[in-house]
Design a protein around this ligand. Structure first.
Ligand SMILES: [Zn+2]
Length: 266
C-alpha cells in the first residue's frame, strides 16, 4: 500500500556518498520539504547536487558547507523545473561556479541540457539520465548504477502519490514513464528510490506496481463517471476525491483534468 510510509523524515546519510539535505519548505504539496540530494565519490573530488530546492539562503549555505568539506559543488542537476526544486539553482550556480543542467534548456546555465540516455560523470559518480515526462513535461529521474539507487523527483514520492500537473503534465506520458522506471529498476537491480519529497523507499518494484494500480483504479472510477455523463472537473472531484484534504485540492483538480484529457483519447 502506498501512502502508509509515515515514518518521520529528516534527510541525512542514506549510503556512502548519498546524502539528503531537507529544505525548510514543508507543505501539503511538498510533504516534509524538498529533498536536495548530494552525491559524492570516495576521494573528495566534489559533489553533484540534485535539486537545490527553493531559494532559501540557509538551505543554500547548508548545501555549500556540506559540499566544501568534499571538494565543492561540481554539477547541479534538476529533476524538473518546478520552483520548489529549482529556484535555488541559479544562486548556487553563481556562488559555486558549478553548471546547472536540466531537460529544459531555459533552466540550464554553463553547460548544455540533459536528454534521455545521457550519462553524467562528475565528482567520481556516474548518473544516468532517464526521461520520465508526466508529472511535468521536463521530468527526469536519475539512476545511480553503482549505488543501485534511483532519484525520482516528483515522479514517485516518498508518501502518497504524485500529481499530474496538468496542462503541462500528461497522464499517458506518466503511465509510460512508470513502465520505463520499472524496466530501469529491473535492469540495474535498483533497491532504493530517492524521491523529491518524503522518505526513501526500499521496495522499488513494489512501489511502481502500486503507483500503476493506483492510477488504473482512479481511471476506472473516473471512466465510470464519464460513462454516466459526468465529464466535468468538479463533478469528478466531488465523487472520486471527496475525502481529499483542502491543502491538496488544487493538486487533485489538476490530476482530474489530466484524467479527463486521457479519457478523451482512450
Ligand atoms: Zn514538481
Amino acid at each position: 500500500m502506498i501512502g502508509d510510509n509515515q515514518r518521520p523524515w529528516h534527510g541525512g546519510d542514506i549510503a556512502p556518498g548519498v546524502h539528503c539535505i531537507l529544505a525548510p519548505n514543508p507543505s501539503a504539496w511538498t510533504l516534509d520539504g524538498t529533498n536536495t540530494w548530494i552525491l559524492s565519490g570516495p576521494d573528495s573530488r566534489g559533489v553533484i547536487v540534485i535539486d537545490p530546492g527553493p531559494g532559501d539562503r540557509v538551505h543554500r549555505q547548508a548545501i555549500i558547507d556540506y559540499a566544501d568539506l568534499r571538494g565543492g559543488v561540481r554539477q547541479i542537476v534538476l529533476t524538473h523545473g518546478h520552483a520548489d526544486h529549482s529556484q535555488g539553482a541559479r544562486e548556487l550556480c553563481e556562488v559555486t561556479g558549478a553548471p546547472v543542467r536540466a531537460l529544459d534548456p531555459l533552466m540550464c546555465s554553463g553547460q548544455e541540457g540533459l536528454v534521455a540516455g545521457d550519462v553524467v560523470h562528475a565528482a567520481g559518480v556516474e548518473v544516468r539520465v532517464v526521461a520520465t515526462p508526466g508529472h511535468s513535461t521536463d521530468s527526469l529521474c536519475f539512476a545511480l548504477p553503482a549505488q543501485r539507487m534511483l532519484v525520482t523527483g516528483d515522479t514517485v514520492l516518498g508518501r502518497g502519490t504524485s500529481v499530474i500537473a496538468w496542462p503541462d503534465g500528461n497522464l499517458q506520458a506518466y503511465l509510460e514513464s512508470l513502465h520505463v522506471l520499472a524496466e530501469v529498476i529491473t535492469a540495474l537491480d535498483v533497491d532504493a528510490l530517492l524521491p523529491g519529497h518524503g522518505p526513501t523507499l526500499d521496495d522499488p518494484g513494489g512501489v511502481i506496481d502500486a503507483y500503476v494500480r493506483h492510477r488504473q483504479d482512479r481511471l476506472r472510477q473516473v471512466r465510470a463517471l464519464w460513462d454516466q455523463g459526468v465529464r466535468d472537473v468538479d463533478g469528478v472531484l466531488a465523487v472520486v476525491y471527496a475525502n481529499v484534504a483542502p491543502g491538496v485540492l488544487n493538486a487533485a483538480r489538476m490530476t482530474v483534468q489530466a484524467q479527463l484529457e486521457y479519457l478523451q483519447h482512450h
